[in-house]
Design a protein around this ligand. Structure first.
Ligand code: 5GP
Length: 180
């Protein structure tokens, strides 16, 4: 797998430290009214697992799955819920936990969808942010790292379901996805 990676841009240590910071910030912001973390499958799973263990106040979590790009590297803007929440979010403090915000179209849909269920508050926490590619007016409330316009894999992020188990975040060699 390492042969398919052009460059490692975030090491396991950098990721670990930054997630710890995010966890402490969330713990301090929600001290009086603990949140419900909504992890977006599959990409956010490692991030969610580490983030919740960095949070020092009681939290609960649930999972949602939405349609992704499939074996392509571009967003279509069409979002479909594949697995919905089990927990009722009405009157709760919701934090959506995402792997990466790119165009913002996925999150725009998710925020609108969850807002219609009347949570008390709704915020977005993402491990990675690619602001240069934004189409929808989405601004993450908590962000691990801003990255340039490159296609990255690892730490939950895939290309055609591969590379999710890499412990770092790396730029995928262009030749791997050139023909999609
Ligand atoms: P958006 O709707 O913001 O364009 O895209 C969000 C989703 O696209 C992310 O949850 C992720 O699944 C996928 N995505 C966006 N950029 C990248 C990237 O650089 N690498 C990978 N592996 N997935 C990405």
């Amino acid at each position: 797998m390492i042969n398919d990676i052009q460059e490692i841009i975030l090491t396991p240590e950098q990721i670990r430290n930054q997630i710890k910071e995010l966890g402490l910030k969330i713990s301090s912001d929600y001290q009086s009214d603990p949140p419900l973390l909504v992890g977006i499958l599959k990409g956010a799973l490692p991030f969610l697992a580490d983030l919740m263990r960095s949070i020092t106040i009681p939290v609960i979590y649930d999972l949602m799955a939405v349609s992704s790009y499939g074996a392509s590297t571009k967003s279509t803007g069409t979002v479909r819920i594949i697995k919905d929440l089990d927990i009722v979010i009405e009157n709760r403090n919701v934090i959506i936990v995402e792997d990466i915000v790119d165009t913002g179209l996925t999150l725009q849909y998710l925020v609108e969808n969850l807002r219609s269920r009347k949570p008390k508050t709704i915020k977005v926490c993402t491990l990675l942010d690619k602001p240069s590619r934004r189409v929808a007016p989405i601004q993450p409330d908590y962000n691990g790292f801003e990255i340039p316009d490159v296609f990255v894999v690892g730490f939950g992020l895939d290309y055609a379901e591969k590379y999710r188990n890499l412990p770092y975040i790396g730029v995928l060699k262009e030749k791997i996805y050139q023909n999609t």
